[in-house]
Design a binder for this molecule. Structure first.
Ligand code: CUA
Length: 350
């Protein structure tokens, strides 16, 4: 598709840029969720649905106003245009019409009043909901540039991919998220599941999702938080009934200790990898980077910077900066042999 954009027309160029930037800002790098790209109108969760319904109402009211105002404008321009044979005199001037002034004061006040009530009702509906006793409780901590995800009741720590059970009509099971930040302000946004909520240092925010369809939902950090803000992607994996418990049981176990990967394990424990990462069941208890206990159970690396394949794991450890420039993981300067061993060990962490 080609657009004709005159080279000298800076304003039009800028308008196109803003148009595309707005469109693309809601579309993360990967697009393989239940509905391809994220879409605030294609909702699969109670709070997102409340917000989408509200948005459609506001857009409809604005569309009606737009049509009436532009309709009147075009009618007036056409009806009272200059015609051949006009005598050139000004038409009769109308001053101080009480009816017209009342109409254009009262109607907008009523519209604003109704919209405020609807807004208040939607905010209350989303924010006042408390967790039912069976709700899944999750703590999400924003880091530059990844998500730490903890399940305090289940004793699970993972990263970048939030796993939750589906909420069925017969047996609703929402997930309530406590949002914190380890450094700067971030914002958790999975458009098909809920509105944005910020993660702010030294503050606890809350939000909830109630996904009704299993699948993988995409989202991203929605608050500029530094160089790799754009690669701070989120995946929410909604499990069908009964599957979430299986995932949780697998995550609760200690890391696999494969004797054949001992050499790579030794590399891991003799470099500073061990200072930043935790591997459950070993001496690695670092907290600065993501928990690696079940690294290979995740779909992506580097918070969505690349798909989690053996080649990308190697590329990531070889030089994290090549996949995610500015990230805080350093190149460990390993020899090729050490790299092979370390990657072999990491691939056992499933
Ligand atoms: Cu985190 Cu933007």
């Amino acid at each position: 598709m080609q657009f004709f954009i005159p080279n000298n027309c800076r304003l039009i160029n800028k308008a196109w840029f803003i148009f595309f930037a707005l469109g693309l800002s809601a579309a993360p790098v990967f697009a393989d969720g239940p509905s391809g790209v994220t879409n605030i109108f294609k909702t699969y969760s109670t709070p997102a649905r409340a917000i989408a319904n509200y948005t459609i109402l506001i857009l409809a009211v604005c569309a009606v106003i737009f049509v009436i105002v532009t309709g009147l404008l075009f009618y007036t321009v056409a009806r009272f245009r200059h015609r051949r044979g006009d005598d050139g005199r000004e038409p009769a001037q109308v001053y101080g019409s009480n009816q017209i002034e009342l109409a254009w004061t009262v109607i907008p006040i009523l519209i604003v009043f109704v919209l405020s009530l609807v807004t208040a009702r939607t905010i209350a509906e989303v924010q006042n909901a408390g967790p039912p006793s069976n709700a899944l409780k999750v703590t999400v901590v924003g880091h530059q540039w990844w998500w730490e995800i903890r399940y305090p009741d289940l004793n699970i720590v993972t990263a970048n991919e939030l796993h939750v059970p589906v909420s069925e009509t017969a047996q609703p099971r929402p997930s309530f998220l406590k949002l914190e930040s380890a450094d700067v302000a971030h914002s958790f946004w999975v458009p098909q599941l809920a509105g944005k909520t910020d993660l702010i240092p030294n503050r606890e925010n809350r939000m909830w999702i109630e996904p009704t369809v299993p699948g993988t939902y995409l989202g991203n950090c929605a608050e500029y938080c530094g160089t790799q803000h754009a690669r701070m992607l989120i995946r929410v994996i909604v499990h069908p009934a009964g599957e979430f418990e299986k995932w949780a049981a697998a995550q609760q176990s200690d890391a696999v200790n494969d004797a054949q990967a001992k050499a790579g394990r030794d590399v891991f424990f003799s470099t500073s990898c061990v200072n930043c990462h935790t591997i459950k069941g070993t001496e690695a208890r670092g907290k600065f980077g993501p928990d690696l206990t079940h690294l290979m159970s995740r779909q992506t690396l580097g918070s969505g910077a690349a798909l989690n394949t053996p080649e990308k794991v190697r590329a990531w450890v070889r030089n994290p900066q090549s996949l995610k420039q500015g990230c805080y993981m350093p190149d460990m300067q390993l020899t090729d042999e050490e790299m092979d061993q370390l990657v072999r060990y990491l691939l056992t962490l499933n």
